[in-house]
Design a protein around this ligand. Structure first.
Ligand code: 7PJ
Length: 275
């Protein structure tokens, strides 16, 4: 499986690691730590050294309860980091749901748009259509500010799958080639623990949509709910979740702990290649 991703063409025959680069002052797991372009760039370079195959740069926190920021402020956070990393050698994804931000970062050289809103904002499909960037279409129920208040589903797997199929269809209709698309069930985005577990258990069913699957479970609250560990203590559960995702067919793993995930995936790949 291949993914067209801006200046890159990614080989997805084994899972890739997407390292998280937050440039938000309020991100839940590392908020404020990399709150200057220099620090964020240094952190990003370290993630590449540790084995990140792509980077996801986010300038607006989408954690539960987070308030949204304006276009100007989001771009002020992202652009210096994006430009500073333009020769880093790996594809650069930008985590945003705003069409204005999408257009600006594509112009500035982003290779991928990671949209937790699956290009549903007015103008979002058009903002990415006329470019070469890859797009991650993620499922979310509700909006970040209120999504964890009372998530409800009749059949979470089927509902998320139907939604993603519709967003693939809408993207293709808008002229975004299938080879540019990635899908993601959106762990923790309007989902209670039972929903997150059902999605992870049934993750392999998303493979039938014929588009590579991205999974983001790193340090998320479901891992805290299962272990009692605080957010800074969740490395081992995060790596376990990444390996489970890989075994169920995820092709891109969005993680904070790149070095440890890389080590775990070496075992996964060896087993995959055994006959
Ligand atoms: C995800 C994301 C995810 C995708 C965040 C966090 C919250 N994008 N952005 N998938 N999560 N595609 O890092 O925990 O799961 S922000």
């Amino acid at each position: 499986m291949k993914l067209l991703c801006g200046k890159f063409e990614l080989d997805l025959s084994s899972p890739l690691i997407m390292g998280i680069v937050n440039v938000t002052p309020d991100s839940f797991s590392d908020g404020g730590h990399f709150n200057s372009p220099e620090l964020a760039i240094a952190h990003a370079m370290q993630l590449i050294e540790q084995g990140a195959n792509l980077l996801d740069i986010g300038g607006e926190s989408t954690r539960p309860g987070a308030q949204s920021v304006g276009v100007e402020e989001e771009l002020e956070r992202i652009l210096p980091v994006l430009v500073g990393l333009s020769h880093c050698g790996v594809p650069l994804s930008v985590d945003t749901l705003k069409p204005e931000v999408m257009r600006a970062v594509i112009h500035a050289g982003a290779d991928m748009i990671n949209d937790v809103n699956a290009l549903q904002s007015p103008g979002a499909l058009q903002a990415v259509a006329d470019s070469r960037v890859a797009v991650c279409l993620m499922h979310m129920q509700g909006e970040p500010r209120t999504m964890q208040h009372n998530p409800r589903y009749h059949a979470v797997l089927a509902e998320v799958k139907t939604f993603l199929a519709a967003r693939i269809e809408a993207s293709e209709q808008a002229g975004i080639a299938r080879e540019r698309l990635v899908i993601d069930p959106g762990f923790g985005f309007g989902k209670a623990l039972e929903h997150n577990l059902a999605l992870l258990h049934g993750l392999d069913t998303f493979q039938t949509l014929g588009v590579p699957l991205l999974a983001g479970l790193s340090r998320k609250s479901m891992l805290g709910a299962l272990t009692g560990l605080s957010v800074t203590e969740r490395m081992v559960p995060s790596v376990a979740a990444a390996v489970i995702s890989a075994m169920k067919g995820a092709k891109i793993l969005r993680v904070h702990d790149v070095k440890e995930t890389r080590q775990a995936l070496q075992i996964f790949s060896a087993v995959e290649e055994a006959r």
